[in-house]
Every structure is written in structure tokens, then in C-alpha cells.
Ligand binder design. Structure first.
Ligand code: SF4
Ligand code: SF4
Length: 81
């Protein structure tokens, strides 16, 4: 299991993480750069100018969002069960 930790105080809402996430990119509008058409299968989106995690349980731990973030506002922990 993976645990996403975000630091909203560092985030400037660029949205790089939202479009870099392959799970989010299954939403055709996210992939097209328009923003999500629904929240149903989104791990994170931008709300009020900062990243907000909606469905962390969908995260596969690929790390793309961390690589895409210019301000180190996302961390991933591996939780052993
Ligand atoms: S680690 Fe990968 S699957 Fe998880 S939120 Fe980041 S980009 Fe998406
Ligand atoms: S990539 Fe980083 S700065 Fe940009 S929205 Fe995501 S968490 Fe915020």
C-alpha cells in the first residue's frame, strides 16, 4: 500500500501532478489538458489553487506526480501490511 502525503503550503497549483498521474490520465479530459470531467476516478485535483487528494487508494505508487512537482510538495510512503 502507498500513502500520498501532500504539502499544500508548498503547492502553487500548477497541476503538473494531476496530468502526470497515469490513473488521472485515464480521464480523457485530464489527458487532453482540460482538467477532469468528473472526480469519480481521480486521485488528486486542484481545489482552491492547491493540490487536494481525493482517492489515495487508487495510487499505484509509480512516482510520476513526485517527479512532475517542481516544489517537492508530494511524498510517497510505502506502508507495509
Ligand atoms: S504515485 Fe503515480 S499513481 Fe500515485 S498519485 Fe502519483 S502519479 Fe498517480
Ligand atoms: S505539481 Fe506540485 S506544485 Fe504543482 S499542483 Fe502538484 S503538488 Fe502543487
Amino acid at each position: 500500500m502507498y500513502s500520498l502525503k501532500v504539502y499544500p503550503e508548498r503547492c502553487h497549483g500548477c497541476g503538473n501532478c494531476v496530468v502526470a498521474c497515469p490513473v488521472n490520465a485515464q480521464d480523457a479530459d485530464v489527458f487532453g489538458g482540460k482538467g477532469p470531467s468528473s472526480d469519480e476516478k481521480l486521485i488528486m485535483r486542484i481545489e482552491n489553487g492547491v493540490v487536494t487528494v481525493l482517492k489515495p487508494e487508487l495510487c499505484g505508487g509509480c512516482g510520476a506526480c513526485i517527479e512532475a512537482c517542481p516544489v517537492d510538495a508530494i511524498e510517497l510512503e510505502i506502508i507495509k501490511k
